[in-house]
Design a protein around this ligand. Structure first.
Ligand SMILES: Cc1ncc(COP(=O)(O)O)c(C=O)c1O
Length: 348
């Protein structure tokens, strides 16, 4: 039986959260002399003199029905990088506990663990970029407090098989975090629909990719109310600013625009996959469920540097485990993708 209480760090279990002025008085009417704000207004053209809602309820009430969860199951962070860090801090005792990662994968899990003096247990993906479940299972000890799985995976682009993720959920002693930053490009595969079955599952999503709001820094974590309550307890009080809350709220009101952009990106991805596969310099185009494509070339760093000379910036992943001579290409607009293909036609 999974018990969150038992895997939390003792200091986090016992911590008392900071109680802000907005936590203590929730009314909207009155003369507000409680938060040491400026009563006259703001410098600049806009009015931002009041602190924002620390728990962002108006925005969460908009997100919850979209994701078919309760508003209390939504945590909002300053990018999804914030819940990654908060989860590690909540569960992993520095110098003792560990997280499990499955390289090649998103780099922040390792960075956050290192900052928090938390050990990494890494079990590489197979050469087909799926989980090596047999190698993972014996390493799922009590000290491995969190397993981070990225699906669709960055930088390989593929979804991880759902049955494999479920096996890990069933055997992990702590939390399993499934990072779905790119799931809007493969929405039917989201594990949100099984969230209620697994009290140890946390799903991360973001406004940075399909919604086109990377600059606002807004990430989401979906989990049990109990896990979300812990994240709320340890987050900085006003972690999501008022502009971000308002603009994300407005964006959700225009969800069709997101769907149109996703459809455009998927069309362009198909175009790029087809054109890249024709080029002699490209040895392999990995299938993608995301808004980027990983390709294997004869010389990854050479191709990356050549493209830089053409003012086309991609990501050289040659030094990443299992990605030698590979370059990650984000899907651009049609003109941008054509420019890339034309440049590569001249390179060999
Ligand atoms: C897999 C993955 N997770 C999380 C993030 C971070 O997203 P955010 O902008 O929400 O912090 C990224 C960003 O590239 C990513 O690739």
């Amino acid at each position: 039986m999974f018990k969150l209480e038992e895997i939390l760090r003792p200091n986090i279990r016992n911590a008392k959260p900071y109680s802000s002025a907005r936590d203590e008085y929730k009314g909207k009417e009155g003369i507000f002399l409680d938060a040491n704000e400026n009563p006259f207004g703001s410098v600049g053209g806009h009015k931002y003199n009041r602190y924002p809602d620390p728990l962002q309820w108006k925005l969460k009430d908009k997100i919850a029905p979209l994701k078919k969860v309760k508003a209390e199951q939504v945590f909002l962070g300053n990018g999804s990088d914030e819940p990654i860090d908060l989860l590690i801090r909540a569960l992993c005792n520095p110098g003792k506990d560990a997280i499990m990662i499955t390289p090649p994968t998103y780099g922040m899990y390792e960075v956050s663990a290192a900052i928090n003096d938390v050990r990494i247990v890494d079990v590489p993906l197979t050469t087909d970029y799926v989980l090596d479940v047999q190698a993972m299972l014996p390493k799922l000890t009590a000290e491995v407090k969190i397993v981070f799985l990225c699906s669709p995976n960055n930088p390989t682009g593929n979804l991880l098989p759902e049955d494999q993720i479920i096996t890990i959920l069933q055997h992990a002693k702590g939390l399993v975090v499934v990072d779905e930053a790119y799931i809007d490009f493969a929405p039917e595969s989201s594990l949100l629909r099984i969230l209620k079955n697994y009290p140890n599952l946390v799903i991360l999503q973001t406004f940075s990719k399909a919604w086109g709001l990377a600059a606002l820094r807004l990430g989401m974590a979906f989990a049990s109310e109990e896990i979300v309550a812990v994240l709320n307890k340890i987050k900085p009080p006003y972690n999501i600013n008022a502009v971000t809350q308002q603009l994300a709220y407005e964006a959700i009101g225009q969800i069709m625009k997101k769907e149109q952009m996703v459809a455009g990106i998927l069309m362009e991805r198909a175009y790029l996959e087809e054109e890249l596969a024709k080029l002699p310099v490209i040895l392999k185009v990995y299938p993608s469920d995301a808004n980027f494509i990983l390709v294997k070339t004869k010389n990854g760093t050479g191709m990356y540097s050549y493209l830089i000379e053409q003012k086309i910036i991609t990501r050289d992943r040659s030094k990443v485990m299992l990605c030698d001579n590979s370059v990650r290409i984000t899907v651009g607009t049609h003109e941008e993708n054509e420019a890339l293909i034309n440049a590569l036609k001249k390179y060999n």
